[in-house]
Design a protein around this ligand. Structure first.
Ligand code: MN
Length: 152
């Protein structure tokens, strides 16, 4: 899979083909906030690598290989969004943006650990309430601030 941008393309194309049957280069470009020129360059590369089939008028569809990659990239994105929601983050746009930044660095081991955590929270929510209470106390003593300085 290699580069983050390839992953973003495959994820976007997977979502577009799932929702609309096929993806147009202009839709991919819009979704990724990129020019149509750079989107079509990447589309040609993914086509050459056997991840999708590009037909000028119909739009493009994923090959089984591209489909498999796209599906797991979208699943990875979802796990990370659920994790941040579980931590108490509420702003959906903000959550999405954070995940766009971190998702490329998550390997199978890290994801499996997060999924195990989410699974346990769901099966046994009581212990998570202790975390929530702890988090609330910490937030009350210094509202909205981390000990980590994130602004320059
Ligand atoms: Mn994503």
């Amino acid at each position: 899979m290699a580069s983050p941008s390839r992953e973003d393309y495959l994820e976007a194309i997977w979502i577009l083909t799932r929702d609309r049957g096929a993806a147009r280069v202009s839709d991919i470009a819009a979704r990724l906030h990129l020019s149509v020129a750079s989107a079509s360059k990447m589309v040609r590369r993914l086509d050459k690598d056997g991840l999708l089939k590009y037909e000028r008028y119909r739009g493009l569809t994923l090959t089984p290989l591209g489909e498999g990659c796209g599906r797991s990239l979208a699943a990875r994105h979802d796990v990370l969004e659920r994790f941040l929601q579980q931590l108490g983050l509420r702003d959906a746009v903000h959550i999405h943006d954070i995940v766009e930044g971190i998702e490329h660095f998550m390997d199978a081991e890290a994801l499996a650990a997060i999924e195990a955590l989410l699974d346990l929270v769901q099966r046994d929510p009581a212990w998570w309430e202790r975390f929530v209470a702890h988090q609330r106390r910490a937030a009350n003593s210094s509202p909205g601030h981390s000990r980590v300085q994130t602004d320059p």
